[in-house]
Design a protein around this ligand. Structure first.
Ligand code: KIV
Ligand code: NA
Length: 275
């Protein structure tokens, strides 16, 4: 299993880092099987699995429930788990308590928090207490209400410079990596060159040290709207729909279950039964 220091080494050696989200046991198994470097138990859980329209309703207990399943499916992969909305803002104490629950109850290895500013002190407190932290800058889904939706961030040079300063502050506070979401690739390039810790991009261009995508988006599972930056690498929903349609049809026309899928009694028992 790769560790935080391995991800920094990968950056130094120009080796791309792969990260995929997972929220349950079979997905975690599959994501581990293909050799993904890190698994993210993302709070995107709220949208792609629980049917909410943002990540805001996701609770600490939701994250723990799903994080445990992921850990059971991927016990040999570095697992990062999102700290959900408002669990790392109220005080350092609340933040440390929430992170303790996440790591102790799920077996995940690190937490991820969104934003800089006030959050920098929380990254520092967590790191000092022994919790590896992945930072997250650019589009912050938990703050979509404040940002006015899910839009490209840091489009101006000034905002870009602020983002670079924020990334440095995250590194300074002890973060081992930083997710860059939905920003121009020029900013990704500059951030990536400005810090020693790896950048993991999503909608941030190829210049990042690694990439992350939401599992459901990349395999094409679900019928939610996909952002421009998502490439659908498979059409899982189509495959599943075809299977379901065949099942319904065969049940309705009586061709399933046929002899191959049924159990029969031994001859003498059948005679005893029918007389
Ligand atoms: O929750 C999530 O899936 C994420 C990734 C998009 C980085 O935070
Ligand atoms: Na998230």
């Amino acid at each position: 299993m790769k560790q935080t220091t391995d991800f920094i080494k990968m950056k130094q050696q120009n080796e791309k880092i792969t990260m995929v989200t997972a929220y349950d046991f079979p997905t975690a198994k599959l994501v581990e099987k293909v050799g993904t470097d890190l698994i993210l138990v993302g709070d995107s859980l709220g949208m792609v699995v629980l049917g909410y329209d943002s990540t805001v309703p996701v609770t600490l207990n939701d994250m723990i429930h799903h994080g445990k399943a992921v850990k059971r499916g991927a016990s040999h992969t570095f697992i990062v788990i999102d700290m959900p909305f408002m669990t790392y803002h109220l005080s350092k104490e609340e933040t440390l308590k929430a992170a303790t629950r996440l790591l102790q109850e799920t077996g995940a290895h690190a937490v991820k928090v969104e934003g800089a500013g006030e959050v920098i002190t929380m990254i520092e407190a967590l790191t000092n207490a022994g919790v590896p932290v992945m930072a997250h800058l650019g589009l912050l889904p938990q703050s979509a209400g404040v940002l006015g939706g899910y839009k490209v961030q840091a489009k101006t040079a000034e905002q870009g410079k602020q983002l670079i300063a924020d990334a440095k502050a995250c590194q300074q506070a002890g973060a081992f990596a930083v997710v860059l979401e939905c920003i121009p690739q020029e900013i990704t390039e500059q951030v990536t060159n400005a810090i020693e810790i790896p950048t993991i991009g999503i909608g941030a261009g190829v210049q990042a040290d690694g990439q992350v995508l939401v599992y459901h988006d990349l395999v094409g599972y679900g019928d939610h709207r996909l952002p421009k930056f998502v490439k659908k690498f498979a059409n899982a929903s189509d495959e599943m729909e075809q299977g379901l349609n065949k099942y319904i049809e065969e049940v309705r026309n009586g061709t399933f279950p046929n002899y191959d899928y049924s159990f029969s009694m031994k001859e003498e028992e059948r005679i005893a039964l029918y007389g």
